[in-house]
Design a protein around this ligand. Structure first.
Ligand code: IPM
Ligand code: MG
Length: 361
């Protein structure tokens, strides 16, 4: 099979983790007899610095011509006081929109090998296996109008939360379908006691649920969900929610399983998929070679599975990650006090080697 992919390393630790993810991907395509067509482009702060825009036309063109996009991270403090359209994040948001990637899938799984990483007691977090399905193209992130206006001291800021039935329905269908392939439980998260958007959300999700009588649907307010996620994370299967609630809950889920650096994501629904780790650009540790590349590597596994339907190859990458963790490899974010740590590069090398050996046998 030919895999045509655009790689967008982006900012901060993005380039470090992406180069390990691509290294593993190259091992997969070589070992399993596929052809890789790879194009690397700029996005975010890296693109702003070079071209004055966070999503240059050449980047967008390449992404739209590819079957999948692998992204590192965007965001750098250098652009903090710039207007929204000249911030690195604007590039990512526009890319998601242009790709039509409305469904963001974020698994948060507890790995026994990392039992000590979670700040929570093992008996609470053991067995946690959650899939957050986050709506990615609506809500406060894209709603109009949006502005900050007025003179210093009396400025006024506006964002708009907006959802159409069609937007809710299409993401709900993705959530229900995915729940069917799992434990058949879907929790829809909203704030229907306060927000109109959430009332419509609950209504539409309930209606769509009638087409999936085999999936057990329930509803919870987002504040209560945040608490339950900590008190009893094992009760969740699929969590379906709107854009901003999903952004917040997915970081929290990372904290619960103890390793935000391990979380991968797939943004799908349009023509091509966008695959990126859940973590951000972490400028404080950028360039030091200590970032955890596993979220990026596992995002490549998601890409192999969802875009290319190469499940054997995806499983191989995941097995490589498991094997590295079981073997005691720890980037500093995963290490307990006194444990020996490995660099970003050593972690990537180990998984690439696993894939090389597995593909050869
Ligand atoms: C994420 C990030 C992004 C988001 C930022 C970088 C725009 O936090 O993917 O979760 O808020 O969606
Ligand atoms: Mg986020």
């Amino acid at each position: 099979m030919r895999l045509s992919i655009t790689s967008l390393p982006g900012d901060g630790i993005g380039p470090e983790v992406t180069s390990q993810a691509i290294r593993v991907l190259k091992e997969v395509t070589h070992g399993f007899g596929h052809e890789l067509r790879l194009d690397e482009k700029e996005i975010g702060g890296a693109a702003l610095a070079k071209f004055g825009t966070p999503l240059p036309d050449a980047t967008l063109k390449s992404c739209l011509a590819s079957q999948a996009v692998v992204l590192g991270a965007v965001g750098t403090p250098a652009f903090d006081d710039k207007p929204p359209e000249l911030r690195p994040e604007a590039g990512l948001l526009r890319l998601r929109q242009q790709l039509g990637a409305f469904a963001n899938l974020r698994p948060a799984v507890y790995y026994p090998a990392l039992a000590e990483c979670s700040p929570m007691r093992a008996e609470i977090v053991r067995g946690t296996d959650i899939l957050i399905v986050r709506e990615l193209l609506g809500g406060l992130y894209f709603g109009q109008p949006r502005s900050i206006e007025g003179a210093a001291g009396s400025r006024h800021a506006v964002n708009t939360m907006s959802y159409r039935e069609s937007e809710i329905e299409r993401i709900a269908r993705v959530g229900f379908e995915l729940a069917r392939g799992r434990r058949r439980r879907l929790l829809s998260v909203d704030k229907a006691n306060v927000l109109e958007c959430s009332r419509l959300w609950r209504d539409v999700v309930t209606r769509v649920g009638k087409d999936f009588p085999d999936v057990q649907l329930s509803h919870m307010y987002v504040d209560a969900t945040a608490m339950s996620l900590v008190l009893k994370p094992t009760q969740f299967d699929v969590i379906l929610t709107e854009n901003m609630f999903g952004d917040i809950l997915s970081d929290q889920a990372g904290g619960v399983v103890g390793a935000l650096g391990l979380l991968a994501s797939a943004s799908v629904g349009g023509a091509g998929g966008l695959y990126e780790p859940v973590h951000g650009s972490a400028p404080d540790i950028a360039g030091k070679g200590i970032a955890n590349p596993l979220g990026a590597i596992l995002s490549v596994a998601m890409m192999l599975r969802y875009t290319f339907k190469l499940s054997k190859e995806a499983e191989c990458v995941e097995a490589g990650v498991m094997s590295a963790l079981k073997g005691g490899l720890r980037t500093p974010d995963l290490a307990r006090h006194g444990e020996r740590t490995v660099t970003t590069d050593e972690m990537g090398e180990k998984i690439a080697e696993f894939v090389r050996l597995a593909a050869a046998t």
